[in-house]
Design a protein around this ligand. Sequence first.
Ligand code: ATP
Ligand code: MG
Ligand code: MG
Ligand code: MG
Length: 561
Amino acid sequence: MRQSSTLIPTLREVPADAEVKSHQLLLRAGYMRQNSSGIYSFLPLGKRVLQKVEQIVREEMDRAGSVELLMPALQQSELWQESGRWYSYGPELMRMKDRHQREFALGATHEEVITSLLRDEVKSYKRLPLNLYQIQTKFRDEKRPRFGLLRGREFIMKDAYSFHASQESLDEVYDKMYDAYSRIFARCGLNFRAVIADSGAMGGKDTHEFMVLSEIGEDTIAYSDTSSYAANIEMAPVVATYEKENATAHSLEKVETPNQRTIEEVAGFFNVNEAKCIKSLLFKVDDRYVLVLVRGDHEVNDIKVKNYLEASVVELASPEETKEVMNCTVGSLGPIDLAENIEVIADHGVEAVVNGICGANEEGYHYKGVNPERDFKAQYVDLRFVKEGDPSPDGQGVIKFAKGIEVGHVFKLGTRYSEAMNATYLDENGRTQPMTMGCYGIGVSRTLAAIAEQYNDENGLVWPTAVAPYHVHLIPVNMKNEEQKEVAEQLYNELLDSRYEVLLDDRQERPGVKFADSDLIGVPVRVTIGKRASEGIVEVKVRATGEQLEVAVSDLPQTIN
Ligand code: ATP
Ligand code: MG
Ligand code: MG
Ligand code: MG
């Protein structure tokens, strides 16, 4: 590619509202431009890196037995109503109406679409397992879009979904996906760690996140210094196993509940699986308002865990927002630092949101089975209350903390969607069974930014070759010099013939500008065609190490190989 005919609008200044390196450099080096908050254009260089990452993802997914398809981004609301997520996903789901006033969502994820597809197309155990993926634009109206591509409102995701006739089959494919993810992020050159993630009621082993280690990461990882234990501290403590005899959730009993509750009591078990909201509590925490929506009545995965409850904690600007939030219910917004003591302002009835179970809104009545200490023994340590130096839950070391960027997430869904949406197959005995499912996501555009975050120096980006937009950056120092121009043209064509990806800076710019741009752009190998071009000598510089050597033009292809 000739630089004179492409669009690489580099900037000398650090853009004002770009806080992190990847965001600053991807803007400064002309890889992307913001269109509106959390929404970006990929310029030609950005698009090339994106394609490189996508290609790695494709190769590893294909190799692991997943097959690519493409589903619509525009999704009818009926599907989301069937799964229940139309009500539980919250304001992150972008909703719209068509000209006939029919409601649609812009795909934030595709469990509903693919489950409806498979329920129509797959009827027999003989067609299972199936593992399908797509690479596509996703839409999420994030509360705080930030850090450029790291948290966008429109972003590129690879999402895969697997369908099975048994838990063993899911376990097998899950492990394959886990391995594929490890290879993908390793090929991208990332320093990452797979951690146990929050799977709600099911504890740890059914979901992992792939975290790129970075100080600017929004997630906190608790890991053991001497064993392989690592977990997202979001991981809820809830009920993998609990003492059943003591668990009486859904049984309405009068229990003593003092007006002052501790944070552990209400927030020690929030998050995850969508279920019916059955109770809401509004708290004032210092100057902030926090709505706790307790949810429950659900069977999770194949293992029937009944009678568990969980809750979402949502920060509100004012108590007036309560109704609004409850009307579309909420997604989980992650941990919020709550003060030690919280004051109950009001218990809100939630009849409007709930179909059914509302008894607990009666004065003085509360669900039992929700309090880890009182009602059951939680198997998992609540990592949000763990301190550095505490024993790690596997007993093999002590806890340390690190920050991570979630680039991938693998999850055993079980029959959560297939049951809600009636995606069944006939088993060997002719019996109707719900399909068992897994889902596997990679933030492709976020991965690009995470690489930029780990690969840069004071002069700009320093791409690993596997994802670099070009392999070689050719720089004739003076385009008015016919000899230099000629050697540059010759090398450009030879390198292209040898299948190198080459960027040729054929602009009539000062050398200083060309070199500064080249450092910013971060192509792994720079070839400078300068004064000694007449002798057939050019200079090779390795971007990552700064190593320089003079090379005869005829030796160049072998040298950079
Ligand atoms: P996060 O915790 O960062 O909000 P998530 O858990 O909501 O992410 P998933 O639903 O697991 O995200 O989606 C799969 C992958 O998509 C994530 O692992 C992440 O890499 C990517 N992703 C999610 N949200 C965004 C976003 N707003 N911008 C860019 N990538 C995203
Ligand atoms: Mg999210
Ligand atoms: Mg997450
Ligand atoms: Mg996730």
